[in-house]
Design a protein around this ligand. Sequence first.
Ligand code: URA
Length: 264
Amino acid sequence: MRLAKYLASAGVASRRAAADIVRAGRVTVAGVVVTDPARDVDPEDRVELDGAPVDSRTERVVYALNKPAGVVSTARDPQGRPTVVSLIPASVRLYPVGRLDRDTTGLILLTNDGELAHRMTHPRFEVEKTYRVKVAPAPVRDAAVRALRAGVRLEDGLTAPARVRRLAPDTLEITLREGRKRQVRRMCELVGHPVRRLERVAFGPLSLGELKPGAFRRLGDAEVQALFSAAEGTRRCAGASSARPAPPPADRASPAARRSGGSR
Ligand code: URA
């Protein structure tokens, strides 16, 4: 496994941030500084970050959170606003899987597995995201729905075809395989129906379900494997086939440790 991926899987950072950490010369393999993030390592190799051992067997934890409005989806906020990470009391360091705008509500995942976060959000894996979108004015014009389905030209390029269903005269369900910044808001604005309320109701195979705003739950092994499968099933890059998820640890954490997100 490549070193950056190994570090990401061990919960050190996202894969990209892990690559930067390696390039900065902070990582040793068997006592030797390695600055190439693509260097192959084996699970039994002794890997250290800043002199401290990195344990690739750290238990993976994944939470689903119903993000309330007004909460930012970064790990830390320099302006001191509440973050999605601060809503989940876990004993491991969690990262949000992708972003939702501050005013967007709904399903966001948090994990200590940078590799999972990478797969769920990298455009090449094309994992579906579904949004319930209230717009104005109502009713939404047929031409607007057709344009959203076919793709619209935003300043950063044409959007890929999307699935769009009318749920009510002022409400659409939009499913995208892309995740550009403020994409749904920009698409709807462009077709003349600015967004009044935006909620993510599904991410890959996982639905928001009955989670109330601010509530969260830890995903079970089958749900986590389904997330990996969603990314496997849609990937376009042939080279990604070696990146199968590690099987879940055989020794499951106790219910108490699971509730608190405890490791190992
Ligand atoms: N699209 C948006 O415009 N905002 C989000 O938060 C998510 C998708």
